[in-house]
Design a protein around this ligand. Sequence first.
Ligand code: ADP
Length: 217
Amino acid sequence: MMNIVFLGPPGAGKGTQAVDLSLEFGIPHISTGDILREAIKAGTELGRLAQSYINDGNLVPDQVVVDIIRVRLQNEDAREGYILDGFPRTIPQAEMLEKLLRESGTALDRAIYLEASEKVIIERLSGRRICRECGKIFHVVNMPPKVDGLCDICGGELIHRPDDQPEAIGRRLQVYREKTAALIQWYAERNLLVRVPADVAREETYENLQEIFRNYA
Ligand code: ADP
């Protein structure tokens, strides 16, 4: 059982690393960003609500994402643990998560903080491309697809997320500093924080993460 939260600025590599860890360790990767993008694609009520917040680089209201997580954690596959990516993103979200877990008799095991400098983050976000179909993440320079514009895994079209455009990136970093960065201290106080350098090559970060996960498996 390993209940993990990934912390860190947008572009630190949370999604990329979580997908690989999820495959290797057989626990689900739960990304509120992915769930919200799915909802937008499917044109649901949730999607319509979330769209303008996301495209401008702002946060979706706390209650909305907490409700998503509450439902998602009830899924059978989350019993053996999970990696939460992109949630919590504010102190109130972290408090609500703590309460939710306490009510179900569980708790978090670790909050893993992927640390990366702003320079690296901006470079990663502006070159990021994601598969419209399966969500796999690429980068025009660092992780290019084999065929330009197409996903290596499923052949889906690669898109440049609206919130990976320059103005939205600036806004997201500002939101991160104002609302999310405080969670580092919050989890440190609860003795859950582990820092992992994420400015380095993807493989190097992955090895560090494997080490942490193996101690739980
Ligand atoms: P990244 O980590 O690259 O910024 P995500 O895919 O995690 O991207 O999130 C994309 C957007 O989805 C966020 O900018 C925000 O608008 C919305 N979002 C995702 N998770 C949350 C959350 N926990 N609280 C509020 N908004 C969220």
